[in-house]
Design a protein around this ligand. Sequence first.
Ligand SMILES: C[S@@+](CC[C@H](N)C(=O)[O-])C[C@H]1O[C@@H](n2cnc3c(N)ncnc32)[C@H](O)[C@@H]1O
Length: 324
Amino acid sequence: MIYQHTPVMLKEVLEYLNPKPGQCFIDCTLGGAGYTIEIAKKVGGGGKVLAIDLDEMAIKNAKLQITNYKLQNIILINDNFKNLSKIVEDLTPTLSLRRRGGDGHVEFHGIVLDLGLSSAQLQDRNRGFSFQLDAPLNMAFGQTAGETTERIVNNRRAEELERIFKEYGEERFAKRIARKIVEYRKLKSIKTTGQMVEIIKSALPKKYLYGKIHPATRVFQALRIATNKELENLEQVLPQAMDLLAPKGRIAVVSYHSLEDRIVKRFFKRESKDCICPPSYPACRCHHKARLKILTPRVVRASEEEVLNNPRARSAKLRAAERM
Ligand SMILES: C[S@@+](CC[C@H](N)C(=O)[O-])C[C@H]1O[C@@H](n2cnc3c(N)ncnc32)[C@H](O)[C@@H]1O
């Protein structure tokens, strides 16, 4: 198996995470192991990297890479990053991870998330992520748990499909596409990406079929987000990650669409404030304390050179923060 993925903004991510010998890091989205390997080299034998991915294909590929690079400080975990606290809790006794003084929590010097899917997943003929390849309509990051896209398109009501396309894909013709899906599935169930592309095209006005982007782009993005509950997972992992950071520990998140970036931006903003009461309150009632310092007041984008070499980097947005 050849797992192809070029890490996005690797240099910038490493600059923000700043790994040093002996430190412990978590890569919540192992993918092609691009970040994991580089961090593992920097933390050396005295340090550790926990690398998580839902996709067994990523784990298998990483095992090969770890052997090739002769690294012994990477722990691979095939799980959903939304379970981050539990993953760390379960590993603590066996891995002699250092515990923080008072509350007994394990602490990490950096945590990274590089969201979405890898190029290897997109190009995998069996997964159904790409509208360019005719494949079973699956789109699940993991091979086991969770709903497949096939179930969503064949079972959800038209209104629900419309909401998914609008909310997660910002698809202008969400209603028309949802209706077409419901009409189509009365005759035949929808099993492949090819059928999906055909349905989408039949729902769009002719002039929208030849635009800058493929007419199925937005719907495919929306279905992938819904299938994997991507936004819910992100909402769940951020507070857990913050709790696991040591003082001055850093979190870096790379996202690829505005819905994810908005969640990260809002979370960092909220956690960098001492009071989060509505402005109409005359005095603070929340007693919230800032726990993060934002390191990227403006979102960081990939350099022109990187985008030229790796078009996937075009939409990438990096945000980083430091635990206080
Ligand atoms: C963009 S790739 C990461 C690439 C990686 N940074 C590299 O350098 O090769 C995203 C990875 O995150 C994984 N992923 C997405 N959502 C996940 C989740 N909730 N839990 C665990 N892994 C997830 C995907 O399966 C995919 O392998």
